[in-house]
Design a binder for this molecule. Structure first.
Ligand SMILES: NC(=O)C1=CN([C@@H]2O[C@H](COP(=O)(O)OP(=O)(O)OC[C@H]3O[C@@H](n4cnc5c(N)ncnc54)[C@H](O)[C@@H]3O)[C@@H](O)[C@H]2O)C=CC1
Ligand SMILES: Nc1nc(O)c(N)c(N[C@@H]2O[C@H](COP(=O)(O)O)[C@@H](O)[C@H]2O)n1
Length: 276
């Protein structure tokens, strides 16, 4: 006889309703079949960079998390379902080493999983057998991560074996940016060369802010931001790119155009493209 305790527990929705999907659709990269056929066509002029979708969840005070290194849930169940929908529509999902270390993320999708990519010039992410992304890849629920490390960075051989056992690997890249960072142009060129036609950049703060700042934001094809109805308070990791000056020398705000707002449960999702 069935009892109350044997009833299935409520779960977060696994599907993203089609009426919401149709609002988001214009901001997605071309479907894989279209992009892969166009990249193999000799008549198309393929760009050397993948489509980049910048997507993350933030609070009313623009915070991604309570503090650096603190995993903070902001998205409600419907927005989380959208995240899995978005992940399934990209070839790659990219985070910085700060996020990999702080969150031990899965970076997969319950639908079709993208390739996790971690920017880690100094190889500080201690990837091991128990890392969630590795466990999921071993279980066939995700892909092995590619970790971009500085071309002169010495990587731990144990970590390399862990990555390679699940189909991941270290990819050396010269860190030509300030403070030992990679240049976005170099990162995106490598990922395209490795076969990724589309990449969603999920965070965290340093990664998002560096990509939003001109002229780097020329690589951003679309932005899909979930806004949660909460203030995290001071001290959080915030989305706030460095201010740059326009041609007149005055501050030039980064603005979205072609904007769509989509309420999702208690959150609202803002889609747009960077105004040029
Ligand atoms: N709410 C959300 O949607 C998300 C929240 N987060 C949160 O963000 C926080 C982590 O953010 P951060 O500490 O800022 O670390 P981060 O995840 O932005 O990683 C920064 C690191 O990435 C590497 N990097 C290499 N090239 C870079 C480049 N060109 N630009 C920027 N970074 C480059 C550097 O090692 C740098 O230290 C965590 O607390 C995490 O929970 C992270 C992702 C999404
Ligand atoms: N969409 C979204 N909403 C939130 O509230 C979040 N905290 C995040 N964080 C990002 O998702 C990763 C964790 O999710 P998985 O374990 O991969 O499912 C985390 O590392 C951030 O990239 N995103």
């Amino acid at each position: 006889m069935s009892t109350q305790s044997q009833q299935p527990q409520p779960q977060e929705p696994l599907t993203f309703p089609s009426h919401h999907a149709s609002l988001i659709q214009p901001y997605l990269p071309p479907p894989p079949s279209v992009s892969s056929s166009s990249s193999s066509s000799s008549t198309t002029t393929a760009t050397p960079f993948p489509h980049v979708t910048l997507t993350y969840a933030h609070s009313l005070d623009a915070a991604l998390s309570l503090a650096p290194g603190v995993r903070t849930t902001l998205s409600g169940p419907q927005s989380k379902a959208m995240t899995h929908f978005l992940r399934a529509h990209h070839d790659g999902i990219l985070v910085g080493a700060g996020t990999a270390v702080a969150d031990d993320p899965g970076l997969n999708s319950r639908l079709v999983s993208p390739r996790p990519v971690v920017l880690d010039p100094r190889a500080r992410w201690d990837v091991h057998e128990g890392s969630r992304v590795v466990v999921l890849a071993r279980e066939g629920k995700g892909l092995g991560p590619w970790v971009l490390v500085g071309s002169r960075t010495v990587v731990d051989e144990g970590r390399r074996r862990v990555l390679e056992a699940v189909g991941g690997r270290y990819i050396p890249l010269e860190a030509k940016g300030e403070r030992g960072r990679f240049k976005w142009e170099d990162v995106l060129r490598v990922l395209k060369g490795e076969g990724l036609e589309s990449v969603m950049v999920e965070g965290g703060g340093e990664v998002i802010n560096s990509l939003l700042a001109p002229p780097e934001n020329r690589f951003v094809g679309s932005v899909i931001a979930t806004i949660a109805p909460t203030w995290l308070g001071q001290g959080g990791v915030v989305v706030s790119p460095p201010r740059t000056a326009g041609e007149d020398g005055k501050p030039a705000p980064v603005r979205l155009t072609d904007v769509t707002w989509c309420p999702l449960g208690e959150d609202v999702v803002l889609c747009g493209r960077i105004s040029r």
